[in-house]
Design a protein around this ligand. Structure first.
Ligand code: NAG
Ligand code: NAG
Ligand code: NAG
Ligand code: NAG
Length: 161
């Protein structure tokens, strides 16, 4: 039983599928990306505040209208919010051309229902030499084959424990 458990953990590690955090609300992007941060409150209309870290204003949605009043300067000209979604409770926003400074915690407050959704954004530097990846792609394919083989082997092993 213990062995079976260890094998499963090993297998998960090998396939890189171990997520310690609630991965659904974690976003990892590189500098320059556009990032859509989802916030859905199905078919319910409400005022909504999007805030960053400790209370910095990203944007607000008031009476079904987008408000950029007092928007923090780091978000100026970078936010997109589709007002056509508001009636269906889609308060998702898009941040364009993200920089390292945009990493952090974003909270979507659904005011009327006293609900909130927290999302964490990580922003990484762009990989420096994307060309190298391509030249080495045959190696990657090779290791992928080995991985498939290992996975099959471990799957087989599991059968016999
Ligand atoms: C945003 O765009 C406006 C008009 O294009 C410009 O005047 C302003 O300086 C821009 N703000 C930032 C922070 O880039
Ligand atoms: C919500 O709106 C965003 C655009 O702001 C869109 O990308 C997304 O697909 C919409 N989600 C749903 C479930 O309609
Ligand atoms: C964001 O939230 C996580 C935990 O949810 C915390 O560990 C982290 O320090 C927060 N980041 C910032 C910049 O506040
Ligand atoms: C492929 O990557 C290895 C390191 O994993 C490196 O030593 C080697 O020079 C790379 N090959 C090419 C053709 O870039």
């Amino acid at each position: 039983m213990t062995l079976r458990c260890c094998v499963i953990v090993l297998l998960l590690h090998l396939t890189g599928k171990v997520f310690l955090q609630d991965s659904e609300n974690i976003f990892v992007h590189v500098v320059g990306d556009s990032v859509t941060l989802p916030c859905l409150y199905e078919n319910e209309q409400s005022d909504v505040f999007w805030r960053y870290n400790v209370g910095k204003k990203v944007l607000s949605i008031i009476n079904g209208q987008l408000s950029l009043e007092d928007q923090d300067t780091i978000f100026q000209n970078r936010t997109e919010s589709s007002s056509s979604g508001y009636v269906n409770g889609n308060y998702s926003i898009t941040l364009k051309n993200v920089e390292l400074i945009h990493a952090g915690n974003y909270t979507c407050f659904i005011i009327k229902f006293d609900k909130k959704k927290k999302l964490q954004l990580f922003v990484k530097e762009k990989p420096k030499e994307p060309a190298q990846k391509q030249r080495n792609s045959s190696m990657e394919t090779q290791s992928q084959k080995i991985m498939t083989f290992l996975t099959a082997l471990l799957g087989l092993t599991l059968h016999f424990i």
